[in-house]
Design a protein around this ligand. Structure first.
Ligand SMILES: [Cu+2]
Length: 102
């Protein structure tokens, strides 16, 4: 189980579209991003619900929703939260969601 979580985290890191962090950029240390696939967003209220759900997780710094593509890009602190925790929170809120390449 733990191994699975770590593997998922590593994969998400590899796939993440984050710009390489400049060394010494302390405020953003540990930050990376992941693009989750999220289904079931039909209107701006769904979109807000997705944003709210993700921002409730500690370590989530930014959420960008592309409803047409069913994509949600999340910038987060990888030391505090994992993409899997994000998809689990979204599932609980009623949105079918997937990690990249799952
Ligand atoms: Cu809606």
């Amino acid at each position: 189980m733990m191994m699975r979580l770590i593997t998922a985290g590593v994969i998400a890191l590899v796939i993440s579209v984050g710009i390489p962090l400049a060394q010494g950029d302390e405020g953003k240390a540990g930050q990376t991003s992941v693009a989750l696939t999220v289904h079931g967003m039909m209107c701006s209220s769904c979109q807000k619900n997705v944003e709210k759900t993700l921002f409730k997780l500690e370590g989530v710094a930014d959420v960008k929703v592309d409803m047409k593509k069913n994509l949600v890009e999340v910038r987060y602190d990888g030391r505090k939260v994992t993409p899997r925790q994000m998809t689990e929170a979204l599932e609980k809120a009623g949105f079918r969601s997937k990690l990249p390449n799952y």
